[in-house]
Design a protein around this ligand. Sequence first.
Ligand SMILES: [Zn+2]
Ligand SMILES: [Zn+2]
Length: 268
Amino acid sequence: MIRENYHTHTHFCDGKNSPEEMVLRAIEKGFNTLGFSGHGHTDIDESYCMSKENTKKYIGEIARLKEKYKDKILILCGIEQDIVSQDDISEFDYSIGSTHYILRNGKFYNVDGSREEFERLVNDVFFGSVDAFAKEYFENVSTVVEKTNCKIIGHFDLISKNFERFNIAESEAYLSYAEKAVERLVKHNVPFEINTGAMARGYRSNPYPSKNILKMIRKMGGKIIFNSDCHQADFLDYGFEKAEKIAKDAGFTERVILTDKGFEEISL
Ligand SMILES: [Zn+2]
Ligand SMILES: [Zn+2]
């Protein structure tokens, strides 16, 4: 049973609850570890991330909670660092590297958008070709560890957020682009997260990455870590049971956890 989550947003960025509300709910749910991962500051879009000033307050508040609840739960202070951010993140316990944007012809495009944004992006920028979008997206993702020095790879196939709504299947070309990115990323020995956040928000019925991609990761010796990408306390462990089953079906026998001593692998 999964009783940890390292991908948690709060009202310091685009989450709905305070960190303390999240901690109390995690304790109620019997969690042993809760890692916070506020969105790191990016100049290109300040609507969803922490301002530089808020980042300092966030660090202070998580440190306060870490001490206050130390007998009940392990609290970690991480950050979700976007591939386009240059900020120093060495003071955090860990980082999740995420590709929320792609840069094309000098302009940034949001990959993590609504159904309408996705439609506009595919049609206006990639002339209606999801595969062309995927090629560019996965080329970017393949560099996320090099660029952010992250310790967890965030929602690897975020591009598929709206696939279900448009009935888009993963084509052979799509999977080949994903495979190239997996190949490059597994060399870093950084775990891929199995992320249930889009399930909780009604976009997907399965976690990221897709089953096809999970099998690829497994085949190439990649590791996995479970995260709910939680923006609301009710969803701290949303979809974990299903995610665990999917991981086992894809052939995984182990998962990575993060403790106060660092990353370790335990059986699934
Ligand atoms: Zn994200
Ligand atoms: Zn997130």
